[in-house]
Design a protein around this ligand. Structure first.
Ligand code: G3H
Length: 510
């Protein structure tokens, strides 16, 4: 194995200091957030967070108990009642305040992302700024869409006179449980918190272990904005201790989860409550003969390798027409050669993957492809959790990498002889998040988009969730429901109707 020595880059504003000092106990462990206060768990136990680059313990967070979860949910229930009665404009005002505080403190939060999940420094800052913008947009969108309702009259339905007026409005669901993944512990937390709060709900956040400290810092920005006690809280700890307890808790009225196939297990165990789930993808990139190959190659590299492929919307399989495959592979190889590889502090393109077990899993897929005869466009190289970017050509359907999500910097290329073959491969996947097609023929692109069984198809660009107000959804095992700011606000409400019954049809006078 090649030797990899992480450098030690200092950040100007440090995590856990200044306004964030109260998050840290005397023992250096991070506290959890409950009822408007930072607390130590009475378990006396903590969970270590391993820095993916150094592979040493970077932080420790509280291992909360079930009793502490009960308290948090009780407080959320109580706080939600008065929050729902708080004028919509005031809720929006507080969200705008939290967004500004979040953006102001982007550096220490980004520092956590660098150390906990090895996100490249610039991308880490972008995640926090994007999150602030998302929260502000939620406030604005909420004021518009929750300020409107419907008015229906009864005589449009056969047999009715106009004796009933029906008024509809949107009311909150209650307590929302938000579970974001490690790859966007801040952004995919606020994509749940913003819609929940503007719609009048309270929220309990269970952050991923890797990324928990970034999430705690983000939570403190909401605390500093002055949200009522108990309305939002953040419990940390082991999934084995509090995971099922949270998701099956009778006090939870909705679960918004982003992550892996744990979501499928959650959906089987959760009660009769609305679920919003995004569980990954195997996003296919179909390249036609008339495609702009430079554009396609640039998007394949950006889509496949940004954040080392650890995005559910990453390009995860390239399906290229055989006649242009050699040319495309050459272009992609040239771009892969320019990717920088190293520590996130240096803002390298390819950084260590989140855990050693992820790196081992990725390596398993690579070795399977090797054994079955895939063409390696680069030498396979790994040092600790760091895996050098790898393009695998001539991948065939009998290889695991053709179907499984590596969540790492390894990208398979399958050569196809017809568009139908590409669509067939895409649709044979158990995932259906996004896909993309590169062609200069818009008519063909639309036909292919309609044929691909995915929640979104991008024409001439790599898959991506944003901009954050666009609808975002997966078919099949990729998820339940649709996200994006507007859809999430709607999903976190239910319709309430009031019917005014008139003694005579309203049009009888005059
Ligand atoms: O990893 C899942 C995220 O929802 C992907 O978001 O397309 O902005 O990277 P992104």
């Amino acid at each position: 194995m090649a030797h990899f020595k992480p450098p030690n880059v200092a950040f100007t504003q440090m995590a856990g200091t200044g306004v964030f000092a109260e998050l840290v106990g005397g023992d250096g462990e991070f506290k959890y957030y409950s009822d408007g206060e930072w607390k130590k768990s009475c378990s006396g136990k903590s969970v270590p967070i391993i820095n993916p680059t150094t592979r040493e313990t970077q932080f420790k967070v509280q291992a909360c108990t079930q009793e502490e979860v009960n308290k948090v949910i009780d407080a959320a229930k109580t706080a939600q009642k008065s929050w729902a009665k708080t004028p919509l404009w005031k809720r929006a005002e507080l969200l705008h305040k939290a967004a500004a505080i979040l953006k102001e403190h982007r550096n220490p939060i980004a520092e956590c992302l660098v150390k906990e999940i090895a996100k490249p420094a610039k991308d880490a800052v972008t995640e926090v700024v994007r999150s602030g913008d998302l929260v502000s947009y939620c406030a604005e969108e909420g004021v518009r869409i929750l300020g409107e309702g419907k008015f229906l009259v009864s005589d449009s339905f056969p047999g009715n006179e106009r004796t009933k007026y029906c008024l509809t409005s949107k009311i909150p669901l209650g307590v929302i449980l938000a579970i974001p993944p490690f790859n966007y512990p801040v952004n995919l937390a606020v994509s749940k918190i913003g819609p929940a709060l503007i719609a009048g709900n309270s929220l309990v956040l269970k952050p991923p272990t890797q990324g928990a400290v970034a999430a705690l810092h983000m939570m403190h920005c909401f605390h500093l904005a002055g949200f009522p006690k108990g309305l939002i809280s953040c419990v940390t700890g082991k999934g084995s201790e509090i995971g099922d307890f949270l998701t099956m808790h009778p006090g939870i009225n909705c679960i918004s989860f982003t992550g892996g196939d744990t979501g499928i297990a959650i959906s089987k165990k959760a009660g009769m409550i609305p679920l919003q789930m995004e569980l990954g993808g195997k996003d296919a990139c179909i390249i036609l003969e008339d495609a702009d190959l430079d554009l396609a190659a640039a998007n394949i590299v950006k889509g496949g390798f940004s954040y080392s492929g650890q995005r559910c919307t990453a390009v995860k399989v390239v399906l290229v027409m055989d006649s242009v495959a050699d040319a495309l592979v050459e272009k992609v190889k040239a771009k892969v050669a320019k990717l920088t590889v190293g520590p996130p502090e240096d803002d390298c393109d390819i950084t260590p993957v989140v855990t050693e077990s992820s790196a081992n899993f990725i390596e398993g897929l690579v070795m399977d492809a090797k054994q079955k005869g895939a063409t390696f466009c680069q030498e396979y190289k790994r040092a600790g959790n760091l895996i050098w970017p790898l393009l695998l050509d001539n991948v065939r359907p009998d290889m695991r990498i053709a179907w499984e999500e590596p969540f790492g910097p390894v990208l398979p290329v399958i050569r196809i002889n017809s568009v139908e073959e590409g669509i067939h491969h895409c649709n044979a996947s158990n995932f259906g998040l996004q896909g993309c097609v590169f062609t200069r023929d818009i008519n063909k692109a639309i036909l292919i988009s309609d044929a691909m069984e995915t929640g979104t198809v991008q024409i001439n660009s790599a898959p991506a969730r944003g901009p954050d107000h666009f609808p975002f959804q997966g078919l099949k095992d990729s998820g339940i429901g649709s996200q994006g700011i507007t859809n999430s606000i709607n999903m976190m409400t239910k319709i309430k109707t009031t019917v005014i019954n008139l003694p005579t049809p309203s049009y009888t006078m005059g």
